[in-house]
Design a protein around this ligand. Structure first.
Ligand SMILES: Nc1ncnc2c1ncn2[C@@H]1O[C@H](COP(=O)(O)OP(=O)(O)OP(=O)(O)O)[C@@H](O)[C@H]1O
Ligand SMILES: [Mg+2]
Length: 238
């Protein structure tokens, strides 16, 4: 089981898009994902599921509550093997607590100059949050250590020059050491699929979008595997 929080203080960065598409992709890989919805506004993932996805049971979606988050995760681990936490825009104690508890943090960053610059707030929030994941030996100095980036709304054919500029911009906002595990181009399919109550990997209308989501899911699975391997190693040496 792993707990993955999707965090960006910036509104509209792609948190819910990434949360839903990762969860749908995980379900298609025969995993049992649960989305914990921490977005308190109207167009939340929970309302999306209730309105447009009534007949589809996976991913399960539940309203998140910070006061009971640890208990809710423990209870969910009986039925689920992946918890994806969709966090609302903005920072504050709630987001810091979620960052402290999650095993992995995915930060969607729209790949434009203004958006990358705004990522500094998210980076600072993560740096100011503890990492309380178990066992203690695996915990990072702060929550930034367990964060990865997903570049969002990238050009469809990114050039090496473009990527170099993005890397430089990330570097200058303090995200230089943070691994990029995937990128999603700017594609209408991401919103039209959601409007139809589906993920792009279910709808299969845009094969490039499908490939991007599968690659992103594989990138996530890879960092989950690395953590499990580290866990096994620390247990063996005990
Ligand atoms: N790769 C993409 N291509 C095209 N549209 C996108 C892409 N990613 C996100 N969008 C669109 O951008 C808008 C914002 O995305 P989303 O709701 O996922 O962001 P968010 O970070 O969850 O926002 P909030 O901070 O308000 O919760 C949505 O309309 C979504 O459909
Ligand atoms: Mg959202």
């Amino acid at each position: 089981m792993s707990v993955v929080a999707i965090i960006s203080t910036k509104g509209g960065a792609g948190k819910s898009t990434v949360a839903v598409h990762l969860a749908v992709a995980a379900a298609m890989k025969k995993r049992r994902p649960l989305i914990l919805d921490f977005d308190k506004r109207q167009l939340s993932v929970l309302l999306w599921a209730k309105g447009l996805r009534r007949r589809t049971k996976s991913p399960a979606i539940q309203k998140g509550a910070i006061d009971t988050l640890a208990e809710d995760i423990a209870a969910a681990s009986k039925k689920h093997d992946l918890i994806i936490i969709d966090v609302g825009a903005g920072g504050g104690d709630e987001v810091r607590n979620i960052a402290t508890i999650a095993e992995h943090i995915v930060v969607p960053v729209r790949a434009s100059a203004f958006d990358i610059a705004a990522t500094r707030n998210t980076i600072e929030l993560l740096r100011a949050s503890a990492d309380n994941t178990e066992p203690e030996e695996l915990a990072y100095r702060n929550a930034l250590g367990k964060a990865v980036i997903v570049l969002n709304c990238t050009p469809r054919r990114p050039t090496a020059k473009w990527r170099k500029e993005v890397d430089e911009a990330l570097e200058s906002c303090g995200a230089g050491g943070v691994q990029v595990i995937g990128s999603l181009a700017d594609r209408p399919a991401y919103s039209t699929a959601i409007e139809r109550g589906q993920g792009v990997t279910e709808e299969k209308e845009d094969e490039d979008a499908v490939a991007e989501i599968i690659a992103l899911y594989d990138g996530l699975a890879e960092i989950e595997k690395e953590r499990v391997n580290k866990l096994k190693k620390t247990r063996r040496t005990k």
